[in-house]
Write a protein that binds this ligand. Structure first.
Ligand code: ADP
Ligand code: MG
Length: 318
């Protein structure tokens, strides 16, 4: 072969190696050539199957923010699916009466299905309600039905009302690497149960104007629960969601959050993406709905960052 033959020295295209935190979902980006999408999908699956260090103990992560619509449910299901695709065993606990996480995972949760309500209020074993998630090996879900809407009030009169989820999780004997709890948009007894059951709080923050409003109240609640009910509780992760690189506001909000929480904010921000919002209507996460999309790649990367942090945290604790 002639030495001037250029193939070896030609730069390879950076397919899939995009900096997702900066990528914009400009109109029409979903129409990218099929070949590129396919290549990205293959790369996503390849990257996912590389595997990651597994935590020594189950990490129980509470995805909380009393604001609605900030990306709690979307982040819970996609991070959980991404971690499972990285080889971890993951349980999603749906603690929102709306059952959006159950829907997004394609898990049956019509009225009458044994659910997290029975676990909390009737002391049923968690094992009786957990269902495997179709399409993602190693991913499981404890669904929420509409019954859970009454639990906030019914719990008030029960013994150990704040620690019922914690008891159920500790009695669950299946080996798990992660438990992700999707909280409702309030700071009531359901969220308190989650904060008592977990050690890590994950706060999704939408990169919009009122992003930090209400955060102080959430942090005070975390402090209260730590002081009185769960000394291990801490905010481990802040995830910037719905980042729109076309607006200066998003960049400003992101910078402000990073200034306030330099250690907690994950380097990867989740971009605003049509694919992410479409996936639940197919009973899927974006990780299976469109594995090559920027949304899936960014959740995969965020999950990797979270998993690698666990190693550091575990070492620091020892
Ligand atoms: P929460 O659980 O905090 O109420 P959701 O996860 O349900 O928030 O998200 C609120 C809405 O925003 C949903 O319709 C969801 O599909 C959409 N959404 C969430 N994240 C993104 C994103 N990165 N890009 C586009 N839409 C998103
Ligand atoms: Mg939700």
């Amino acid at each position: 072969m002639p030495s001037e033959y250029p193939t070896a020295s030609m730069p390879s295209p950076r397919v899939g190696a995009v900096d997702v935190s900066r990528e914009t979902e400009a109109p029409g980006i979903d129409d990218t050539p099929i070949a590129r999408a396919a290549k990205q999908a293959v790369e996503t699956m390849g990257r996912a199957s590389e595997g990651l260090p597994r935590p020594e103990r189950t990490r129980v992560m509470v995805v909380a923010n009393q604001k609605g619509g900030v990306g709690k449910t979307t982040s819970t299901v996609n991070l959980a699916a991404a971690l499972a695709m990285h080889g971890a065993r993951v349980l999603v606990v749906d603690l929102d009466p709306q059952g959006n996480a159950s829907t997004a995972l394609g898990v049956d949760h019509h009225a009458g299905v044994p659910s997290i309500y029975e676990v909390l209020v009737e002391s049923r074993d968690l094992a009786e309600v957990v269902q495997p998630v179709r399409d993602v090996e190693g991913l499981f879900c404890a669904p929420a039905t509409i019954d859970l809407a009454g639990a906030e009030i019914e719990l008030v009169s029960l013994v150990a009302r704040e620690s019922r989820l914690q008891r159920a999780l500790s009695a669950y004997e299946q080996p798990l690497d992660y438990i992700l709890i999707d909280c409702p948009p309030s700071l009531g007894l359901l969220t308190v149960n989650a904060l008592v059951a977990g050690a890590e709080v994950v706060i999704p923050i939408q990169c919009e104007y009122y992003a930090l409003e209400g955060l102080g109240q959430l942090l005070r609640n975390v402090d209260l629960v730590r002081a009185h009910l769960n000394p291990n509780l801490h905010v481990s992760t802040i995830l910037l969601t719905m980042y729109d690189a076309r607006t200066r506001l998003a960049a400003q909000v992101a910078q402000e959050v990073r200034d306030h929480f330099p250690d907690e904010v994950l380097p990867t921000a989740i971009p605003r993406s049509v694919r992410i919002s479409e996936a639940p209507s197919y009973g899927q996460t974006v990780m299976t709905y469109d594995p090559g999309s920027t949304g899936a790649l960014s959740y995969l990367e965020a999950a990797r960052e979270m998993a690698l942090r666990s190693v550091t945290t575990a070492k620091e604790e020892v």
